[in-house]
Design a protein around this ligand. Structure first.
Ligand code: FAD
Ligand code: NAD
Length: 462
């Protein structure tokens, strides 16, 4: 018998070992189901650990340290010009940050009895998954979970040129610090990685197709970030698309808005697309839509009763914590437990300087839907803690139901907004009212007081 003929019986076969896949696998194993994860890289962590959340946040931390050191001059502390040893930085990111977490995930899988199989998973029918690659075999499953994630979208019509044109994965490898960097796309990745490279010393120009950074996010939350980016970047061009990229001997020429500008590297960050092609889904009842997105119900079940899907492959918002929650819901549902992805607050955090975070209903969504809301805004200029940090440029706002006082959404911009939004998520998820927030004692002086202070503004008589 050759290896590829080997047929194994498992309760649950999971395709993809990212946050969605490993969360589903760990919970399935905890619930007593024999579970195997098939991952093309034979490792757990997916885009999040290897080429996404974790390495980008490690580099953003480095950028934040550099930014703080620069700001310290304001109160009389000068560390001098920073010297950056790129090799040490790359090694720290790869070994001390990503490597350490990867070893942790592998150990958890082992302790829970989750098998990780290296190879590409391809469905042969609604009961069988073929594994292609180093460890060829077939898995006969009772249930399967598709957790194949997403991949960077290329620039339409331009394709991805080698070397000098980077996607986020290549940019996170930090091949060098280019003197002139063009960032195409003013969304999460363009802003986070644009700020990383600017902090390391690149002259960054950013080109965004729409009329503002972070399209869709409330403008008052974006404004402080836009102001900071105007300082950090040499130029931001809105309402602009790149029409051609041409490699020259010494660099790359980009055409946009009637101009031709030379750069040393280009980072393309124009969104991500679901990975569902070449998965053999046509042999099942799962039919991804034109964008490759797999539709699921609130239990994360696809149109095929044996097949579930979680994470980026199920569409927006493509965020790791959503994938993890979906993974746990799918596992519980597979085990026959009552579970549903019925969360009302999926927090979103852009880890820039300043951070922008929101959850639940946004002001723009309420306006678009014609839904009446009350807004409470607390500018950080009035926050004692913000003053001690030298950061009064933040804002905390609440989107509140006018009849019940229930907190429907929270938006925060400022350093630490990504941590502060957790209180907003609890408030929205558990239907707290502004009064609940206002009467809860928040430690002084902290930035969390801004949530309480914002709530108090709605309790005062007009
Ligand atoms: P993925 O993490 O994409 O994992 C999918 C896995 O499936 C991969 O390991 C892949 O190799 C494997 N696979 C695919 N096809 C097959 C196949 N046929 N057979 C076997 N294996 C297969 N989100 C946040 O919440 N916070 C952040 O700060 C954040 N930062 C990010 C920064 C960057 C630069 C990027 C690119 C993304 C970031 N994200 C962030 C998004 C986050 O990474 C994704 O939402 C998350 O990884 C999705 O998890 P997933 O399990 O759906 O898929
Ligand atoms: P994005 O959707 O956040 O932003 C893409 C930006 O590119 C948009 O502003 C869009 O208008 C612009 N754009 C699209 N086509 C363009 C073109 N031809 N020319 C110029 N601009 C163009 O996508 P992203 O930044 O690539 O990130 C992908 C996804 O990864 C995010 O949506 C998010 O789900 C996830 N992510 C999350 C985090 C986080 O949670 N902190 C960080 C990074 C990535």
């Amino acid at each position: 018998m050759v290896m590829g003929d080997l047929v194994r019986e498992v309760d649950v076969a999971i395709v993809g070992g990212g946050p969605g896949g490993y969360s589903a696998a760990f919970r399935c194993a905890e619930l007593g189901l024999e579970t195997a994860v098939v991952d093309a890289g034979r490792r757990l962590g997916g885009a999040c650990l290897w080429e996404g959340c974790i390495p980008s946040k490690a580099l953003l931390h480095v950028g934040a340290v550099l930014g703080e050191a620069e700001r310290a001059k304001e109160f009389g502390v000068d560390f001098g010009e920073p010297r950056i040893a790129l090799d040490t930085l790359r090694k720290w990111k790869a070994e001390r940050v990503v490597g350490r977490l990867a070893r942790g995930l592998a150990a958890v899988a082992k302790s829970k009895g989750v098998e990780v199989i290296g190879g590409r998973g391809v469905f042969e029918d609604s009961r069988t998954l073929r594994v292609e690659g180093d460890e060829p075999q077939k898995l006969r499953f009772t249930s399967a979970v598709v957790a194949t994630g997403s991949a960077p979208s290329p620039l339409p019509g331009l394709g991805l040129a080698p070397d000098r044109v980077m996607d986020s994965t290549a940019a996170l490898e930090l091949p060098d610090v280019p003197e002139r960097l063009l960032v195409v796309g003013g969304g999460y990745i363009g802003l986070e990685l644009g700020q990383v490279y600017a902090a390391l010393g690149s002259k960054v120009m950013l080109v965004e197709m729409t009329d503002g950074l972070l399209p869709g996010v409330d403008r008052d939350l974006v404004q402080p970030l836009a102001r900071q980016c105007e300082k950090l970047f040499v130029k931001i061009r809105l309402d602009t698309t790149v029409t051609s990229l041409r490699e020259t001997g010494s660099g790359i020429e980009a055409r946009f808005g009637g101009d031709t500008v030379a750069f040393d590297r280009v980072l393309v960050a124009v969104g991500r697309r679901a990975v569902s092609a070449d998965l053999g889904l046509e042999t099942t009842r799962v039919r991804p839509d034109a964008r490759g997105v797999i539709a699921v119900d609130e239990r994360c079940r696809t149109a095929d009763p044996r097949i579930w899907a979680v994470g980026d492959v199920t569409g927006e918002p493509m965020l790791a914590h959503r994938a993890m929650r979906q993974g746990k819901v799918a596992a519980e549902a597979i085990a026959g437990r009552p579970a549903a992805f019925d969360n009302v607050a999926v927090p979103a955090v852009v880890f820039t300087d300043p951070e922008v975070a929101w959850c639940g209903l946004t002001e723009s969504e309420a306006t678009r839907a014609g839904r009446p809301v009350r807004l409470a805004k607390f500018p950080w200029a009035a926050s004692g803690r913000a003053a001690t940090l030298g950061r009064s440029d933040g804002l905390t706002k609440l989107i509140v139901d006018p009849d019940t006082g229930r907190v429907l959404g929270v938006g925060i911009v400022g350093p630490g907004a990504g941590e502060l939004i957790a209180e907003g998520a609890v408030a929205v998820e558990t239907a707290l009212t502004v009064e609940d927030l206002a009467v809860t004692i928040h430690a002084h002086p902290t930035l969390s007081e801004t949530l309480m202070e914002a709530a108090e503004t709605l309790l005062r008589p007009a």
